[in-house]
Ligand binder design. Structure first.
Ligand code: GLC
Length: 657
């Protein structure tokens, strides 16, 4: 067969490209595959890079180095991963399948080390996971490190957890067991002790240009006029003075903590260095790269420096480059931003299919907690109806809790549409979930009170926020029952919404807030550690005993997983349409997919609620209804023509053929 040709004329030296490919890739079939992928994706990469850097003095250097980096990474990719690439190219919607169910774990808190995780893999399998997100595990700086989000070395594993060999062994094992592995890559900033920052401090101008820094306050002050503060409480401001930097000291852009230095992506070499890191991690066998804090990667004076269009170019260029080398690896955007901005990360318009495959559905998470506190569905329904459409080839990560706080991202506009006052409602939610509000069932804590905006975010484990902690304290069996039902309701909704549902470590057992972080000086000022407890293996040992709370919740979650995995219509490509149930306490969501139609109803109150069958029929559910979650738990009042939902009950309704 004639060797395939690729349109390499836009490269400075196509002959060098071919020579390099021949030199580095021994197998002619592998060379052909690489050329085919270049043909398909390199244009997307170049288009985005051109938009960002064509005028930059290092543009030619970038064009020269890029093919070499791609070929080298491909040469280093193991055969097993190349087969994995093929499998995923054959089934490009693998992450959207109804069988996808994820879990989030801290390695040390789950099992001490990576080897410990290997020993506990049976637990993840027994739960039924097909996706595991291991929280930051690359070598962080010592001392304070924002839960590992201040990376010292992207190419080594946190020494306390193990080493690269352990990591490869674990990733191979997970893959062999049908579990995709997700890890964090902090792309917006590095630790201030990262070698690039160290070189910058040592006076190396090349590396100083890897970060955003300023000789005086004039530009920082101008930027600050429009910049919000991410951690107003323990890390106010967005710039930090480093006297040892430059000739007379410089202000470094530090969006998060002073020890996290924002990278300068106007420098193409930074994009290229980070690409190298992404390729390296993909070659260790990572399936999903969670790109941390992506909205912040590009700054523009006069804006809040989030979600700038250039961020999409940076992502498009990485995405295309990765598809050439390691198509099995996909991107998850960590963009906790307003819905209109958020959907951009999944690729719209000319960027369809060219950006991140998955992203967190922060709005859904916030709206669920809001609905649970107010016992009302209207804001949930209205806000979701106003969400922009999601591209059908991308998927949401749906979740109830994660390692971060909950910020009340409810817009004033949507609140007003349902007769609520936005600021008042947000204050109510903070009061409710911190337990201050009279009658609240929750036990959370306020995170980052901002006196300027009155914002109060919330920390806490699902079970504690849903009432279990308080109910156990008062030893009230009825309250315990209600708390279990609330947790079950939240999870039943995220399991049916479309996308990959993520179970936060310990939620499957009802683990509560953990105050032990207060004794650790590197954690004590950050109450997000309240909801990052060590796995309670004693509680886990109760999971097969349904008379225990852990056993009840385990059963709930296991059941959701089983039903979801038998319901192909929950594939993410379907549409998710919120509906008005004409019953303020009951939320309704219709899932439409060629393989079936499902109506999700959730009672947000502790008392039984009725929904008219007419509403259900209007949503095109005509015929004999069945509840996929529990065939026996479907109460229809024939007289009044209504479905009766028990307290906090969630039904997944379909019509029988
Ligand atoms: C992300 C992480 C958060 C961290 C921040 C800065 O938002 O989820 O935990 O503090 O990025 O890296």
């Amino acid at each position: 067969m004639q060797p395939l040709t690729v349109q390499t004329m836009h490269l400075p030296n196509p002959t060098t490209f071919d020579d390099l490919l021949d030199q580095q890739i021994a197998n002619p079939r592998d060379r052909d595959i690489f050329r085919l992928r270049m043909q398909r994706h390199f244009g997307d990469c170049l288009e985005a890079l051109g938009a960002l850097y064509a005028q930059h003095p290092a543009w030619t250097q970038l064009l020269e180095q890029l093919p070499e980096r791609l070929i080298t990474a491909y040469a280093q990719r193991r055969d097993a991963l190349k087969i994995h690439d093929l499998a995923r190219e054959i089934q490009p919607d693998w992450f959207a399948e109804a069988n996808m169910v994820g879990g989030i774990y801290y390695v040390d808190r789950l099992a001490g080390t990576l080897r410990g995780v290997i020993e506990h893999i049976h637990y993840l399998q027994e739960l039924g996971l097909t996706y595991v997100h291991l929280m930051p595990l690359l070598q962080p700086r010592h001392g304070l490190n924002d839960g590992g989000y201040a990376v010292l070395d992207y190419r080594s594993i946190d020494q306390r957890l193990g080493n690269v060999a352990d990591f490869i062994e674990l990733s191979d094992l997970l893959r062999a067991n049908g579990i995709s592995l997700c890890i964090d890559v902090v792309v917006n900033h590095t630790a201030k002790e990262h070698e690039w920052a160290v070189k910058a401090r040592a006076g190396d101008a090349q590396y100083l240009d890897y970060y955003l820094s300023f000789a005086d306050r004039s530009l920082p002050d101008a930027y600050e006029q429009h910049l919000p503060e991410v951690f107003p409480d323990f890390a106010p401001g967005n710039f930090t003075w480093y006297p040892e930097l430059g000739e007379h000291g410089r202000w470094v852009w530090t969006t998060f903590n002073e020890f996290q230095w924002d990278l300068n992506y106007t420098n193409p070499m930074v994009w290229l260095e980070m690409l190298d890191i992404l390729l390296y991690l993909a070659n260790l066998g990572v399936d999903v790269l969670r790109l941390d804090a992506v909205p912040f990667m590009w700054k523009r004076l006069g804006t809040n420096c989030q979600n700038q269009p250039e961020v999409l170019d940076l992502l498009q260029a990485w995405r295309a480059a990765m598809r050439i080398v390691c198509p099995a690896t996909i991107f998850k955007a960590e963009a906790i931003v307003a819905p209109d901005d958020l959907v951009q990360y999944l690729g719209l318009g000319r960027r369809t299919g060219k950006l991140c495959e998955i992203a967190y559905h922060n709005s859904l998470m916030v709206l669920l907690w809001s609905a649970l506190a107010s016992q009302r569905a209207d804001l949930f329904t209205q806000s979701l109806l106003n969400m922009p459409a999601t591209p059908s080839n991308a998927a949401w990560i749906t979740y109830v809790r994660c390692h971060d706080d909950i910020g009340w991202a409810v817009t004033d506009h949507n609140a007003a549409l349902v007769g609520e006052d936005g600021p008042l409602h947000r204050q109510f939610l903070s009061a409710w979930y911190s337990g201050e509000f009279a009658g609240s069932f929750a036990r959370g804590e306020v995170f980052q009170y901002n006196p300027l905006t009155n914002d109060r975010r919330i920390s806490g484990m699902t079970a504690s926020l849903a009432g279990l902690e308080q109910a156990l304290e008062t030893a009230d069996p009825a309250a315990i029952e209600l708390a279990i039902r609330r947790i079950a309701l939240l999870y039943a909704v995220i399991f049916s919404f479309g996308g990959i549902p993520l179970i936060y470590m310990g939620d499957e057992l009802g683990m509560l807030n953990d105050h032990s972080y207060l004794h650790d000086p590197t954690k004590a000022n950050d109450n997000r550690w309240l909801h990052r407890p060590a796995m309670d293996w004693c509680l886990a040992a109760q999971r097969h005993d349904p008379s225990t709370i852990a056993g009840r919740l385990w059963q709930v979650v296991r059941h959701l997983i089983q039903v979801r995995q038998q319901t192909p219509a929950l594939h993410s490509a379907g549409q998710t349409l919120p509906i008005w149930t004409q019953q303020r306490h009951v939320l309704g969501v219709v899932r439409v997919h060629p393989l079936g139609r499902i109506l999700v109803l959730g009672n947000l109150s502790a008392t039984p609620q009725r929904v008219s069958l007419a509403v259900i029929q209007q949503a095109s559910f005509v015929g004999r209804l069945q509840n996929l979650l529990d065939a026996d738990a479907l109460t229809i009042d024939i007289q009044s023509h209504e479905i009766v939902l028990d307290s906090y009950q969630c039904c997944w309704l379909s019509t029988q053929a």
